[in-house]
Design a protein around this ligand. Structure first.
Ligand code: J2J
Length: 539
């Protein structure tokens, strides 16, 4: 049984195979190859543990076998939520080996997000960390089981006495030989998370063929080798530290992934010095903190050769400081979990590296820059980004309406970004039309939070907009019309927390107004609200 997804049309699929992009190889092949050739090489460093390729292969094989023994396999889905620890990759490979397609929730996600993923995916398997606040007791688990009766297996990292333990299943091969294998390479391997712009966060089916190509090509572009020591300081589940070239790229090349709990400079500098880290992927606010901290740091950062920055707009003035202050080359990355990833190249002139967000991975990434009617804008001018290609998806999971909005007739995906192309062919991100707040790389879909605010009995209208912020680039400001004059911002915050939404989505500011400003057609005028928010934010 295979998992439904929107396939590429036959002619394009044939082209991608002919050009050698899709090679019919599952994402697990890289791990098995490394384990066979260099079993003693270190794949992951996590705290004081080192996990070799041999161990990563064996532990994930054990877990795959145990899951297969329990009757899980092709066609099954899983919701997984683990922090930045080695078990994240062991679990990921185990599920792929057994042909179970997971979605990896971010560790910052809470009840609201987990339930949204589970209600769309209908998983039979759920894997989580007992130490996450959501699992301090069994209330949410009960709710999940009620909402998703398909759920039959729950495994915990850091399991309590009553739980089935994730580590126990990794530690032991199944009692009898069981047959398991990855899903076919042309089929769904796993689901990525959309940064979203809709009320319900959407899921992105990624096939082995398409994802493996983006990883392999990223390895070449970013010069990853067996000597690479990559610091994973962003949430491991995110598309960027997973695939651009991310941990999967490092495993492909046989290098080492060093896990960091977060991008805090003190923690990361210590890890860089201790393990000779050569490469790191960061978001702009983290780079700002690193630039400030580097000058006074006593840690030896000299091993660091490449700093990738992406996920949100990165100010040119900061970009220029990276080589001098961090002693490393800068690479800008403009990507999306839906597919298209752009990199500045390692041999691009400095000027391009400092002022653009790079160019697509593949010669067969088609990028159109168009106006609101879908017509190409004059070369060099800003317009909407529309793209299709060998690793850009063709449809969100079970979301025909949203798919109708974001794809055109030719299958081009409209990312909601406003970009321009330089004469050299590099892209510059100059704006955005989607209703998303980019909080230093963490995406908040306005509609999702507005819907949750509207569930408060006193709220009659709610609108979430971005307000400029020095460190994060953007923060969120909620405008609220209330039928109760006494309603306070703290009460709304408590309301949202009660609904179990991730902390980064809580509005940074709340403003009560008497009525929403409206556009001539009667929609909430977010342009005016943005102005109001920024004026109010001035000191
Ligand atoms: C401006 N905006 C950017 C950049 C992403 C690599 C790197 C990042 C992501 C990612 C990713 C930007 N400058 N350099 O998946 O593989 C904004 C755009 C884009 C959205 C996608 C990867 N880099 N963005 O950030 O799915 O608005 O992926 O459409 O989280 O982030 O967000 P996401």
């Amino acid at each position: 049984m295979s998992i439904e997804f929107t396939p590429w049309p036959d002619d394009l699929a044939a082209l991608y195979r002919k050009k050698g992009y899709w090679i019919g190889q599952p994402l697990t092949e890289a791990l098995e190859r490394q384990a066979a050739q260099r079993p003693e090489a270190v794949a992951v460093i996590c705290g004081d543990r080192t996990i070799t390729y041999g161990q990563l292969d064996r532990l994930s094989g054990n877990l795959a076998g145990q899951l297969a023994l329990r009757g899980l396999g092709h066609g099954d889905r899983a919701v997984v939520q683990l922090p930045n620890i080695a078990e994240f990759y062991i679990t990921f490979f185990a599920l792929l080996k057994a042909g179970i397609a997971p979605v990896n929730a971010l560790f910052s996600h809470k009840q609201s997000e987990l339930l949204a993923y589970a209600s769309q995916l209908r998983p039979r398997l759920f894997i989580a960390d007992r130490r996450h606040s959501v699992f301090a007791d069994d209330r949410f688990l009960g709710e999940l089981r009620r909402e998703v009766p398909e759920l039959t297996h729950v495994l915990f990292h850091g399991a309590g006495e009553e739980d089935e333990s994730l580590e126990a299943l990794m530690g032991e091969a199944p009692a009898r030989v069981v047959d398991y294998r990855p899903s076919p390479a042309s089929q769904v391997a796993f689901f990525q998370l959309s940064g979203g712009s809709t009320g319900q966060p959407k899921l992105i089916p990624r096939t082995h063929d398409d994802y493996d190509y983006s990883v392999r090509a990223s390895v070449d572009i970013c010069g990853v080798t067996a000597d690479t020591r990559y610091l994973c300081a962003l949430p491991a589940a995110h598309n960027y530290p997973m695939s651009s070239p991310g941990a999967l790229g490092v495993f492909h090349a046989g290098g080492t992934v060093v896990m960091a709990p977060n991008p805090d400079p003190q923690t990361c500098f210590r890890l860089i010095a201790a393990h000779g880290v050569t490469m790191v992927a960061l978001v702009p606010p983290a780079v700002s903190l690193w630039l400030d901290a580097a000058a006074g740091s006593s840690h030896d950062l000299s091993s660091l050769a490449l700093v990738q920055v992406g996920g949100a707009s990165f100010a040119e003035a900061l970009a220029r400081q990276v080589p001098e202050k961090l002693g490393a080359k800068l690479q800008q990355v403009f990507g999306m979990a839906e597919g298209l990833v752009n990199y500045t190249r390692l041999d691009d002139p400095d000027e391009l590296v400092f002022t653009t967000q790079g160019r697509p991975i593949s010669p067969d990434d088609e990028v159109r820059i168009v106006d609101e009617s879908g017509n190409a804008v004059p070369e060099g001018e800003a317009g909407l980004l529309a793209t299709r290609g060998p690793y850009t998806f063709r449809g969100y999971y079970r979301s025909p309406e949203q798919n109708g909005r974001v794809f055109d007739r030719d299958g081009f995906y409209y990312s909601g970004d406003v970009v321009q192309r330089t004469p050299e062919g590099n892209l510059r991100v100059v704006g955005r039309v989607k209703d998303v707040i980019n909080r230093g790389g963490e995406k908040v879909a306005s509609e999702e939070i507005e819907n949750l605010l509207l569930r408060h009995q006193d709220v009659t209208h709610a609108a979430l907009v971005a307000v400029e912020d020095k460190l994060l680039g953007e923060k969120s400001c909620a405008f609220v019309v209330s039928r109760n004059e006494e309603l306070k911002a703290v009460a709304l915050r408590r309301h949202l927390m009660g609904l179990g939404v991730a902390d980064y989505k809580l509005p940074d500011r709340v403003r009560f107004i008497d009525a929403m400003p409206l556009t001539p057609v009667g929609k909430i005028d977010k342009k005016i609200l943005r102005q109001m928010a920024n004026e109010l934010a001035l000191p």
